[in-house]
Ligand binder design. Structure first.
Ligand code: SAM
Length: 302
């Protein structure tokens, strides 16, 4: 999605940009290159390894002196980046390829590793704790809410029964149980996909981070500045759409229900740059299967 992100953010020399999800630094490099020779990038990631890798990559690409990177949640960017200073903010949500590829991080059901899934290794909550000690009711809730898992109840019950005999230690043990319960019969999608997504979102409190991260990103933008958000599944995309809908309205209404007679006019905070989500090109999905479910939405500060 790099080209689409550059089209959305329109980096230019002297512009100030924020990458709230540095990951391997791919988008950060593209933004700094497109805003050469004087564009500035503030970047963050919750993952210490990502910050180190991105810093090395940006320096190797010759951008020393044009960026500041900090480890932390993008919802806290307002604590170190001046408000209304940004020409563009990027949030490229979810996990990075290095996180998925490294078995020890415990994000992948395809690589056996400890049930961890923490983006920030300093936090105490791990996937093992959720799987081994949260109640069946809680497991059903997160599998449904964050994973849209149709078999949430059946999976949660099986996990709770299984863990009476042993503690789930690895991603492989959990994936094997789910595969036994819902054999693939040639289907491409692994039966653990939705459960792993739900666990990852729970461990990293991703829903709450996104809610406050979107507000933080808006606060950092100057008028005319743009927010580009890449999501990878429907729960995240629904949140971005709802945020956009709320802040592009030119009126408010009291309470929960929008009654036309009770509307109060106001100047909206944002406008959609494009109504529909931007999808990856065929070339991108052919080159990178993980890009298949990506969607980009772009808002502009008024
Ligand atoms: C899809 S990757 C980003 C890839 C990056 N755009 C690139 O070009 O390499 C997502 C990254 O966002 C980070 N992340 C996810 N949620 C975050 C949050 N709330 N605050 C900061 N970083 C977050 C993850 O640790 C991961 O490194």
């Amino acid at each position: 999605m790099t080209e689409a992100v550059l089209e959305a953010l329109r980096p230019r020399p002297g512009g100030r940009y924020v990458d709230g999800t540095l990951g391997g630094g791919g988008h950060a490099v593209a933004i700094l290159a497109a805003s050469s020779p004087s564009g500035w990038l503030s970047g963050c990631d919750r993952d210490g390894a990502a910050i180190e890798a991105a810093a090395r990559r940006l320096e190797a690409a010759g951008f020393s002196g044009r960026f500041e990177l900090r480890r932390g949640n993008f919802s806290e960017m307002v604590e170190w980046i001046p408000p209304a200073s940004g020409d563009g903010v990027l949030l490229d949500l979810g996990v990075s390829s290095p996180q998925l590829d490294e078995a020890d991080r415990g994000f992948s059901f395809q690589r056996d590793g400890p049930l961890d899934m923490r983006m920030d290794l300093r936090q105490p909550l791990t996937a093992a704790e959720v799987v081994n000690s949260w109640s069946e009711v809680e497991l059903v809730r997160i599998f449904r809410e964050y994973g849209d898992e149709p078999q949430a109840r059946r999976f949660a019950r099986a996990i709770v029964q299984d863990r009476e005999a042993r503690r789930f230690q690895t991603t492989g043990e959990l994936a094997a149980l789910l595969e036994r319960l819902a054999p693939r019969h040639g289907k491409k999608k692994h039966p653990a996909t939705r459960v792993f997504q739900a666990l990852r979102m729970t461990v990293n409190d991703e829903s709450r981070s996104l809610q406050s991260g979107l507000a933080a990103a808006c606060a950092l933008l100057k008028p005319g500045g743009r927010l580009a958000v890449i999501t990878f599944h429907s729960y995240e995309d629904r949140m971005v759409k709802a945020f956009g809908r709320e802040h592009t309205l030119d009126y408010t209404f009291p309470g929960e229900v929008d009654v036309p007679e009770q509307r109060q006019p106001r100047t909206p905070l944002l406008k959609w740059v494009q109504r529909k989500a931007i999808l990856p090109s065929e070339k991108e999905t052919a080159e990178n299967s993980r890009a298949r479910s990506a969607q980009l939405r772009v808002l502009e500060k008024i």
